[in-house]
Design a protein around this ligand. Structure first.
Ligand code: FAD
Length: 358
């Protein structure tokens, strides 16, 4: 049996290991900390196609993510659920009414048979009944649409359980120091040989290659995203344009609280991955711009670093697509969304299979 090492125990590493084990390989996954403690547990908790990526023309990604959204919702109903989202339109909304309408029409079409339910328009009075705390001055109405929501940490542990059941050996608290194109993995003083290595260390993918004296064709834009939580129950989710910007923020019900996110701030290691005061204030400002009950204090915050491929002057314009690169026996994963992790894992398994057949 061919031996594969997967490096990184986030959702992309776990899904890759699971797919490789199902394809018949002996898989060992190395995680330097504990599985599901980095980016994959600091997401907005949405299983979504990503309505806003349509503006960037990422149709392939959105279609794949919508199909994957349906898979998670149907296969793991105990940790996932559908969520109703409101996209309010005000007299001064930058995108007006027709651009969101077009986006939602396309979103429904791209979901096809996997759609949860079609979007619909709500008048301002209907919206006021549905969402009484939403500011009503200048409100023209809003769209209602649907996506998926998850407990990202628990869903990741569910994937780890499936991977273990398929034969994956998960080793935590074991950092990989270096990897080599001949299949060597260096761990503390050990040098272990594998038939193939998968570098799926998320935001650290390029650093692991650099520490191994290997170059990469892709560059990662590291963009920190923070969320705040406060103790206020929310009845539904909101997709909100940040006043004066093209950016979007979500206000979501999450485990009895309100979750607001996210920010986009360039990040560099070893800077700590945590929500700054400026980010918390930014998110509070967005919330208070839309809701009548002002919030001044937060209960919790958390942050993650997006490993986005391709450089751009504006981080919000960087693609959420993912890419695989092969160097000798190493497959490196760049980027990737939570929702599409299972599809990415399958592509990793196919790439390894092709490599080992040569
Ligand atoms: C703020 C934010 C919000 C997001 N919201 C959503 C969302 O709502 N929906 C969605 O679909 N996507 C979302 N995403 C994207 C998604 O969360 C990430 O793309 C995904 O979690 C990345 O997973 P990963 O496994 O590649 O990386 P990670 O989860 O970071 O895992 C990488 C792992 O590699 C380990 N590692 C690193 N170096 C080594 C080493 N040398 N040896 C061993 N282990 C190592 C790390 O400890 C870590 O556990 C969001 C991302 C961010 C940042």
């Amino acid at each position: 049996m061919k031996k594969i090492a997967v490096i990184g125990g986030g959702i992309n590493g776990l899904c890759s290991a699971w797919a490789l084990a199902k394809a018949g390989y002996a898989v060992t996954l190395y995680e330097r900390d504990q599985i599901m403690r980095a980016t994959s547990a600091a997401s907005t908790k949405l299983l979504h196609g990503g309505l806003r990526y349509l503006e960037q023309g990422d149709f392939r990604l959105v279609r794949e993510a919508l199909r994957e959204r349906a898979w998670w919702l149907s296969q793991v109903p105990e940790i996932t659920q559908t969520i109703e989202l409101v996209l309010p339109i005000y007299e001064d909304s930058q995108r007006g009414r027709w651009l969101p309408k077009l986006g939602l029409w396309l979103y429904d079409r791209l979901a096809g048979q996997h759609n949860i339910a079609p979007h619909r328009w709500c008048s301002s009075s209907e919206l006021h009944r549905l969402a009484p705390t939403l500011k009503s001055q200048g409100l023209r109405g809003g769209f209602i649409f649907y996506d998926g929501q998850m407990d990202d940490y628990q869903l990741g542990l569910w994937v780890a359980e499936q991977a273990r059941a398929a034969g994956v050996k998960i080793i935590e608290q074991q950092a990989v120091k270096r990897i080599q194109p001949d299949g060597t993995v260096e761990i503390s003083t050990l040098r272990l040989k594998y038939d193939s290595l998968v570098n799926v260390t998320g935001p650290w993918a390029v650093s692991l290659l650099a520490e191994s004296q290997l170059s990469s064709h892709y560059q990662l834009d590291l963009v920190r995203g923070s969320h705040i939580l406060f103790n206020r129950p929310m009845e539904r989710g909101y997709f909100l344009a940040v006043p004066g910007e093209r950016r979007i923020c979500f206000v979501l019900p999450y485990q009895g609280k309100t979750l607001v996110g996210t920010t986009e701030v360039r990040h560099s290691f070893p800077q700590p991955i945590k929500c700054s005061e400026a980010e918390a204030n930014y998110l509070l400002k967005v919330y208070n711009a839309y809701f009548t009950e002002t919030v001044n204090e937060i209960d919790e915050s958390f942050s993650g670093v997006r490993p986005l491929i391709q450089s751009a002057t504006d981080p919000s314009k960087t693609t959420r697509e993912y890419a695989l690169e092969t160097q000798g026996r190493i497959v490196t994963v760049y980027g990737g969304k939570w929702t599409t992790a299972r599809a990415l894992g399958q592509k990793v398994a196919n790439t390894v299979q092709t490599m080992l057949c040569k």
